[in-house]
Design a protein around this ligand. Structure first.
Ligand SMILES: [Fe+2]
Length: 538
């Protein structure tokens, strides 16, 4: 374990606070500790030195290391995680020497860093791909941050902490997004997210796709490079491919993100330790562990790094945005029963008997109970669930079109929706990604005619991933029991504006996903009035 090597802090009216301190007593700095990935507190002498820019640690690097940008995430009421990775040669292993490298981070009230109000040296570990997860304790307000090493200075990010859970908050604006297949198109949607400057982004999964690239792919083309990733190095190269995109970097630099995963961060439609192809089961635990580790490395999260190659890596967690939002973030991959019926898709045959086994679970018993208790104990106006796959009923005459969705786990879904009703949880909004189309669904306990409204599901379309079916099937999707509306033709994301009285969801769509400069507009808008659990068209 290495201590923080130096800390400087403005002890006067600084609005950015690394940690509580005074001139007369030791101060503390919280960071992720090299070697554990966990957050601990280390101590160092307080200083009343003026907030001047500190010299960056010397380092002999083969090139500019901040090729993957910066990010922040998982804000709570007192801190936010600042992220970067040193990678002078990002697509080929990173290009870093095999040693740990010290890096300086700085925060300022201005993007020019006219006054540096907080800074500290932290160590990027070779074992963690030279990534950094700095837990920066900040006062409320907008702050700018950057990293420096040797003569190199990173891009500047903007971030903030969250309002305290007992603070009355009048409004918030955030983006929900998922599914950014790099090989399927450009990220005009991310450009728009950055321009909108939301308070935060909720990422619902499929940050990368694991499919192999072409054998002779042009490194400058919009294609995946190399074979399907299966180990740490190949997953790192895949994340690097995505994170070199300037619009994705801009969206990360614009605001903090809350990030969860879906399947493609490991492999399509895996379930727990069961890979898509059962023949690969023996090696799958090692592959999944590598994928989880590299997901952590590239995610601005306050979670600790995974350590147990064969054990659980818990990412489901909750967050608050003042007294306005409770945000429960799920993991719909690690605890689920394997997909029923051989995971067939788009079959119009009645669902097989296995589908209805009451033991089948999407979240696992522990997570489902955690979700319900978290929502029940919430004092927030709105109870929000970040969810991977479509919860609403999208069956057709008893046929399950996609066994990977909650349709393939009907007993678990019925129990969840019934529990929401039984526990009288108010103002439930479920945010979902996965299926590369935009949809709005009314969630009920019971059937369409007599059921009780228990929440609303907003399904965001993909940032760039190809749609599953053509636009001519939009009317078919609208015929699903719970669906209020659907739009299949466009890529984009959903921009949510939330007040104490009204939830407004703007479905932002990209005119041409092949064009990074494409126009992005609002396709349609839906509303939920507080106290109704019912969606209406604006
Ligand atoms: Fe996807």
């Amino acid at each position: 374990m290495q201590p923080i090597s130096r800390r400087m802090f403005l002890a006067s009216a600084a609005a950015v606070v690394v940690a509580a301190c005074s001139d007369s007593s030791p101060s503390s700095v919280s960071t992720f500790t090299p070697g554990t990935g966990g957050a601990v507190t280390t101590t160092g002498p307080a200083t009343s030195a003026p907030p001047t820019t500190a010299p960056a640690p010397a380092a002999d690097l083969p090139g500019y290391p901040f090729t993957l940008g910066v990010a922040s995430g998982d804000p709570d009421a007192t801190s936010v995680v600042l992220w970067t990775r040193l990678a002078p040669d990002p697509l080929s292993g990173g290009g870093m020497p095999p040693t740990d490298i010290d890096v300086l981070w700085e925060a300022s009230a201005t993007p020019e860093f006219a006054g540096v109000v907080a800074s500290a040296v932290v160590t990027s570990m070779a074992d963690h791909g030279h990534t950094l997860h700095v837990r920066a304790e900040l006062d409320p307000g907008e702050w700018y941050y950057r990293f420096r090493v040797g003569e190199h200075i990173s891009p500047v990010g903007r971030t903030h902490v969250a309002p305290a859970a007992d603070e009355q908050v009048e409004g918030v604006r955030f983006a929900a997004a998922s599914c950014q297949n790099y090989a399927n198109g450009h990220y005009a949607a991310h450009r728009d997210i950055a321009e909108q400057q939301p308070d935060f982004v909720v990422w619902l999964g499929d940050y990368i796709y694991e499919s192999a690239g072409g054998a002779n792919a042009n490194p400058d083309a919009r294609v995946h490079l190399g074979p399907e990733p299966t180990d740490v190095e190949t997953y790192r190269n895949r994340y690097a491919r995505y994170k070199t995109d300037p619009h994705l970097q801009a969206a990360h630099a614009a605001c903090p993100w809350f990030v969860i995963w879906d399947d493609h961060e490991v492999e399509n439609n895996y379930a727990g330790l069961m890979p898509q192809d059962p023949a690969d089961a023996a090696a799958f635990a090692a592959r999944r562990f590598a994928a989880y580790k590299v997901w952590w490395e590239h995610t601005p999260t306050r979670l600790d790094a995974p350590t147990d190659p064969n054990g659980e890596y818990r990412i489901y967690r909750d967050a608050q945005w003042g007294d306005l939002l409770e945000l429960a973030l799920l993991d719909g991959r690690q605890y689920r029963t394997d997909q029923a019926c051989g995971d067939i898709t788009l079959s119009l045959e009645p669902a097989c008997v296995e589908t209805f086994d009451p033991a089948r679970t999407m979240l696992g018993g522990e997570q489902q109970e955690w979700l319900l208790s978290t929502l029940q104990e919430s004092a927030a106006v709105w109870n929000v669930v970040g969810n991977q796959v479509v919860l609403a009923d999208a069956t057709i005459n008893g046929a399950v079109l996609n066994y990977d969705q909650w349709d393939g786990y009907p007993a678990a879904r019925t129990e969840l929706l019934h529990s929401l009703a039984k526990r009288a949880i108010p103002n439930v909004v479920v945010l979902t990604g996965d299926i590369h189309l935009a949809a709005v669904a009314q969630l009920r306990d019971g059937d369409r005619a007599t059921g009780t409204d228990v929440g609303v599901e907003f399904v965001t379309t993909s940032i760039s991933s190809d749609g599953l079916v053509g636009d001519e099937l939009t009317d078919v999707f609208k015929a699903f029991p719970d669906l209020v509306d659907a739009e299949l033709a466009h890529r984009g994301y959903t921009l949510h504006t939330v007040t104490r009285d009204l939830w407004t969801a703007d479905y932002r769509i990209v005119a041409e996903v092949a064009d990074p400069d494409s126009e992005v507009t609002t396709f349609s808008t839906y509303e939920v009035a507080v106290g109704t659990n019912r969606v209406t068209t604006a």
